[in-house]
Design a protein around this ligand. Sequence first.
Ligand SMILES: [Zn+2]
Length: 329
Amino acid sequence: MKPNALPGALVISLDFELHWGMRDHLRPNEPEFAQLKGSRSTVTELASLFARRDVHATWATVGFLFASTHQELIQFSPTNRPQYTRPEFDPFTEPVGDNEELDPEHLAGSLIDMLDSTPGQEVASHTFSHFYCLEAGQDEDAFRADLTSARDIAQFRGIELKSLVFPRNQWNPHYASAIKEHGFTCIRGPQPSRGHEARAHGTQSVRNRAQRMTETYIGPTPPPTTAWDQVDQLQGLCDVPASAFLRPYNPKTKWGEPLRVRRLKAGIRDAARSGRIFHLWWHPHNFTKYPKQNFELLNLLIDEFEDQAKKEGMESLSMGDVATIVEHW
Ligand SMILES: [Zn+2]
């Protein structure tokens, strides 16, 4: 099918990382760490909601989490590791328990198996070690070694990786061929609006953060969507850029909830009517503190999607589904 004849699509991706995505600023003795164990059941709940409502999603998972035991994690760890200038970014110094039961914040092989056997769910990569592609001290060789480990541990669980999401959205265009050579066909590029440019830590300005926060409620409506013919961009690598981050519910900004819902629904409708792609992303742990409010919002968005599926033929796709369509037109 030609790109201009394709229906609109809702793409959902989740950055699944447990402690690995926040270990530089959250230590195990802090109260928020205790929530990570609970976020494992959020993963199960989200997957069963998606299966029940026939929603496809991409689970961009840190490679360490594919391991069920510390031994497996060691077995697949690369020997060439990033030598970050900031030592707090080095994940290989993190103490890890013997198995998933003893260390549910760092090992999650059983959850990977669950996701892989849930209909419509794509297990994808968030790099092996939550690799920061724009930080000082890392290089392309270390990145390649990281991707090899990610691919090998996924194969160990019987999974072929197709899609990749960059930690902290640090997209480094110089790494496009490394990504392709490791078998990936799809990435989630940075959201194409102000305040979302790919940046290294410490160069994120307060203004950028404020811009992103304000945008949740009163940003451009509808949020940016992607045309099908813009997807195949990088020498055969599909880029499905983010449209919006599903920010966790916060009682302090309760006033803004109706605006936020309206804006996100407008994005889904706009993509449906114009045959474009609306890409929503978040982390499973974002739902853990206020599960009721967060799941309510997600269900409202899925209601809107179902409405648009009936009216406009909108489809629910994973990033991998998008790449498969693009490869075959
Ligand atoms: Zn992450």
